[in-house]
Design a protein around this ligand. Structure first.
Ligand SMILES: [Zn+2]
Length: 197
């Protein structure tokens, strides 16, 4: 029981996912989607990339439209990396998009291993770099042009999606993300005694 939610641990081809054990109706495809996600990564030769990054993914119950995802990294807590992600995203988004999100987060792990201190301070550089890897993965798939365009559009916006972390949230969307971040920090604290981070 973590934050009064119990989780099932699923090891899918070596990738570890924590999934709320009592899924609501809209969340039921989560586990099935994750199996398809891992199968797609494997088929395209990217499973090893995620395996090397070595982070568990914790699916956190959210509203169906929930779209929050954040890697808790070494720079925050000096322990094992964990990716927290909304159940809405995992249940409702296409398999190719979820797989590309894991590629994006794995890239953030490698940045923590290999980037200089100056590079790690530069959130925009980190996001551009992770999106570059995400686009490289999506480029190997068919029928995902819309998502590739969307990533490029998001990167061109005058305010990046990461800026609320430094400057505080200003939109409804950013306020939602800030709230989810606090919730995930609480869950992270609850998880720490149970998983050897
Ligand atoms: Zn990112």
């Amino acid at each position: 029981m973590l934050a009064s939610i119990s989780y099932n641990i699923r090891d899918i081809e070596g990738l570890v996912f924590l999934i709320p054990s009592r899924l609501r109706r809209f969340e039921r495809p989560v586990e099935n989607n994750l199996r398809k996600v891992v199968a797609l990564l494997k088929e395209k030769g990217w499973r090893e990339y995620i395996l090397m990054a070595d982070f568990p993914t914790v699916v956190v119950s959210s509203p169906p439209k929930g779209n929050f995802g954040l890697l808790f990294g070494r720079e925050i807590d000096r322990c094992r990396r964990v990716f927290f992600v909304d159940s809405g995203l995992m249940a409702k988004q296409p398999v190719a998009w979820i797989a590309s999100a894991l590629v994006h987060e794995a890239t953030h792990v490698f940045q923590q291993n290999y980037f200089s201190h100056e590079e790690m301070e530069n959130r925009k550089k980190k996001e551009v770099d992770a999106c570059g890897e995400q686009l490289r993965f999506l480029g190997r798939l068919g029928g995902v042009r819309w998502y590739m365009r969307e990533i490029r559009r998001m990167l061109k916006k005058s305010r990046g999606w990461w800026e609320y972390l430094d400057n505080g949230p200003t939109t409804k969307q950013e306020r939602y993300w800030a709230k989810r971040r606090l919730l995930c920090e609480r869950i992270h604290d609850d998880l720490t005694p149970h998983i050897s981070f």
